[in-house]
Write a protein that binds this ligand. Structure first.
Ligand code: DGL
Length: 268
């Protein structure tokens, strides 16, 4: 039994889709969230930059005495392997569990991946799926999408819906039956994807899959808090999200969402 908090991090509000799943799966756990809003998007950065910034985020969270970490970001999961593999606590990323869920769900093996440029360029996410299906993945970089969600755009916003429709064209062309939302911002726009792709295409939420896998692993490792009343989740950001993004976050979480400013220069 371990009552220390779980740390969850992302470039911005996208990782809250992992928090939503964790709140349902592990209501007894204390959660600390850190979003690097001031430097978002990560998706157009180099692997070196993403790895360095991930080191700063994980250092901050480790100073909060976390027992485990969740890299609730596809771009970090695919580009910060150096940092993520040298942490002193268990760290779960969004790739493996989502790749497994996609391979399980697909009947034809034709799978699409919607993700940031950094994720697609790394080849890691598509590679993990291809390893399981033996078929090429239709991987589509969606560079405008995470910043749109981060600004608080709702899924039926015409600009967001138009961007999603454009990004989905290769999926429709290739007749995929499953699309992995491989950036944690995209589950906040899931209904826009569903509207374009239709009922025949299953959407895999990489954040929810990561949360499920982490919950399972923490249980097996006897690292759950068990019995103690958890502290309310704490949400830290390097820049406070704008009001529309706060509303979107509150709607996603279905509960109170009070972002706090992470102190500048607090790099551990
Ligand atoms: N939420 C992030 C991801 O899963 C990154 C979005 C961004 O900062 O570009 O890739």
């Amino acid at each position: 039994m371990d009552s220390r908090p779980i740390g969850i991090f992302d470039s911005g509000i996208g990782g809250l889709s992992a928090v939503r799943a964790l709140r349902q799966l592990l209501p007894g756990e204390s959660l600390i969230y850190l979003g690097d809003t001031a430097r978002m998007p990560y998706g157009d950065r180099s692997a070196e930059e993403i790895d360095r910034m991930t080191g700063e985020l994980t250092t901050r969270l480790l100073r909060q005495n976390v027992k485990a970490l969740i890299a609730a970001c596809g771009s970090i999961s695919c580009n910060a392997g150096k940092t993520l593999s040298s942490l002193p606590v268990p760290c779960y990323d969004v790739v493996t569990a989502a790749a497994e869920a996609a391979a399980r769900s697909s009947k034809t093996g034709k799978i699409g991946l919607a993700a940031t440029e950094a994720t697609v360029k790394s080849g890691r996410f598509a590679g993990e799926i291809e390893k399981r299906t033996g078929q090429a993945v239709t991987a589509v970089p969606c560079p405008r999408l995470a910043p749109m969600v981060e600004s608080g755009m709702v899924p039926d916003d015409p600009a967001l819906a138009a961007a999603v429709a454009e990004y989905c064209k290769p999926f429709l062309r290739d007749g995929v039956d499953t699309v992995v939302l491989g950036c944690t911002h995209y589950p906040l726009a899931a209904t826009a994807f569903a509207a374009v792709l239709g009922e025949g295409v299953t959407l895999i939420d990489c954040a929810a899959e990561a949360a499920k896998a982490a919950a399972e692993a923490l249980k097996e490792a006897h690292l759950l808090a068990g019995g103690t009343a958890p502290a309310a989740p704490r949400y830290y950001f390097t820049a406070l999200p704008p009001q529309p993004a706060r509303l979107l976050a509150r709607r996603l979480l279905g509960e109170d969402f009070t972002p706090q400013l992470a102190k500048p220069g607090d790099k551990g």
